[in-house]
Design a protein around this ligand. Structure first.
Ligand code: ASP
Length: 323
């Protein structure tokens, strides 16, 4: 009897919490630097989502470092009240294989809210790199072994995964230069401090379009259709057989966030993913908005689990890990 009363009281409290939600600003933790691709997606999504949450204020907090694991850790430990959410990418699935002491359990310490988009990547080079296309780049890489710098956003970042696979497929080791996100990495690439980077189209399309970087290839098995990217060959057709990387972003809440609050966020997310401005902005940058059952929390979680199983052995075979 006591138990039933307690359960009833808890359910009433949770329902009251969700009826009022959100009654104060929501924070989106972005585990990379401001101005980079994850940040851009989070800011655009925040704009679409807030409209569905009674014009709520959504504040972006950039917690870069350690390939996205610092930001994810912050959210795993945050109060589970729906006011601290994480917008993260494929790093959710690659970090478990890379970090021996990951400070959270990817599948246990979060509530999965829904998948947002899928984003291809591009291989780009500093503006004065003496290679006009992928064939020339390959020759340059062979001729410059031991002297090549590859920027990334740390172990566990999408740029890390892409660069790791690229080095592995080519059998050429490069010196990786880690940043807190690919926004500062792009600044250094533009300035010629680093040679190469593999980054999301959401960060590279503008630079490719304006000819500010050398663009060599896309990481998908099919060429892309966005006007600035359509001319780029795939790595696969350029001779890096089987190269296929597409990354994705999703929304997460700390474990224990009340179900009614999660339901409210998920319902708002589903509508935000149909927001015409949001969809248009993402598509112009080569991203594809999720339009399938992975916007459902259980399917989102299953998908991340399948990505952990897919990338884990590949990363381990490459012999990369951190403490
Ligand atoms: N594009 C970055 C990465 O390599 C992250 C970022 O700055 O958004 O994962």
């Amino acid at each position: 009897m006591k138990k039933t009363l307690f359960a009833l009281a808890a359910a009433t409290l949770a329902a009251a919490a969700s009826a009022a939600y959100p009654e104060k600003p929501i924070t989106f933790v972005v585990p990379f630097s401001a101005g980079g691709p994850t940040d851009k997606v989070a800011r655009d999504l925040a704009e679409a989502l807030r409209k569905q949450l009674g014009n709520a204020t959504i504040v972006i907090e950039n917690v870069g470092g350690a390939g996205g694991t610092l930001g994810a850790s912050k959210v795993a430990k945050a109060a589970p009240d729906g006011y601290t959410l994480l917008v993260h990418h494929i790093g959710m699935a690659t970090s478990p294989a890379l970090y021996r002491n990951l400070p959270y359990k990817t599948l246990d310490d979060f509530e999965y809210v829904g998948l947002v988009n899928e984003v291809p990547m591009t291989l780009i080079g500093r503006p004065d790199l003496p290679a006009a296309n992928y064939a020339e780049l390959h020759k340059w890489l062979e001729a410059n072994k031991g002297r090549i710098n590859l920027a990334n956003a740390g172990l566990g970042a999408a740029s890390h995964l892409c660069g790791l696979l690229f080095q592995q497929k080519l059998g050429i080791d490069m010196t990786t230069v880690p940043y807190k996100g690919t926004a500062p990495a792009m600044t250094d690439l533009l300035g010629g401090q680093v040679d190469l980077m593999c980054d999301q189209t959401t960060n590279t399309t503008g630079q490719i379009e304006s000819g500010k970087v050398k663009a060599y290839a896309v990481t998908t098995t099919k060429r892309l259709t966005a006007p600035a990217l359509a001319k780029l060959p795939t790595l696969d057709e350029s001779g890096v057989k089987g190269f296929n990387v597409t990354i994705w972003h999703g929304v997460y809440a700390p474990r224990g966030t009340p179900k009614p609050v999660l339901d409210t966020i998920n319902a708002a997310l589903r509508k935000a993913l149909k927001d015409a401005d949001f969809v248009k902005r993402e598509e112009a940058l080569g991203a594809v908005i999720v339009n399938d059952n992975r916007v459902n929390p259980a399917e989102h979680k299953k998908f991340v689990e399948s990505e952990i199983n897919k990338w884990g052995p590949i990363i381990k075979a490459a012999g990369q890990y951190a403490d």
